[in-house]
Design a protein around this ligand. Structure first.
Ligand code: NI
Ligand code: MN
Length: 231
């Protein structure tokens, strides 16, 4: 029997996965996030996964990694950007994965961009990605910021996804209609929506997504910031 995993939603696209072996933080945007369920200075973790360099994902990653000594896992260019600030990093390439003490992380395709603000405009930091996390016998798919993509169908055919975190906020990522189609392709046991209602531009009623996915028999759990689920 595998041990239970708890997944806590900290708001926007930030999740804290706690297993018997490690605490894994994803896309920590807490400072300046009106919906954040924790303060950056209070979060404890061993690993930080960052999907791309936009401030609403990369946000507190460097400061938390410095304070906790956590290893930051990201695509090559973003990992090196963090590494240059004195953080322990594990650079990976899209499609590549690695076994860690807690399980396996593989980078998946996301259709979006990845940049930080430079003195004369955005500076690109490699490809944005999602994550496929294999942990304690469970498979978690964190899509990152992305459009609906046929690559999701490939994941659904090849992986038994227990939990999918999908953006639904529209404007910067896929909206609810496309996210419901993503659920059909991914066939996850459970889906949690993310990347909505943090700002004016991404206001949606997640109940619509719950109904659309439900029409095809898929279960969606709308998590309030701070709430946890057990896998
Ligand atoms: Ni983004
Ligand atoms: Mn974003």
């Amino acid at each position: 029997m595998k041990s239970a995993i708890s997944v806590q939603y900290l708001g926007h696209s930030c999740f804290l996965i706690v297993t018997p072996k490690a605490k894994i933080l994803i896309d920590p945007f807490l400072t300046g996030n009106p919906k954040a369920a924790a303060k950056a200075e209070d979060v404890e973790c061993d690993f930080i996964l960052v999907s791309h360099a936009h401030a609403d994902h990369y946000g507190d990653a460097v400061s938390i990694a410095k304070r906790t000594g956590a290893t930051l896992i990201a695509v090559y260019e973003l990992a090196l950007h963090a590494g240059a600030q004195g953080v322990k990093v594990e650079p990976l390439g899209c499609g590549g994965g690695k076994d860690f003490s807690f399980g396996r992380v593989q980078l998946t395709i996301a259709h979006h961009t990845s940049s930080v603000e430079g003195s004369s405009g955005p500076v690109m930091l490699g490809s944005p990605v999602g994550f496929l996390i294999r942990i304690e016998g469970k498979t978690i798919y964190f899509a990152g910021d992305t459009a609906l993509t046929m690559d999701m169908q490939l994941l659904g055919e090849r992986k038994q996804i227990d939990l999918a975190m999908l953006p639904i906020g529209d404007h910067f990522t896929m909206g609810m209609e496309d996210a419901a189609e993503a659920v059909r392709m991914l066939k996850p046991k459970l889906t949690v929506p993310m990347h909505y209602n943090t700002f004016e531009a991404i206001q949606v009623d997640p109940g619509v997504f719950v109904r659309e996915a439900g029409k095809h028999g898929y279960q969606v759990e709308v998590m309030q910031p701070g709430a946890s689920i057990t896998l």
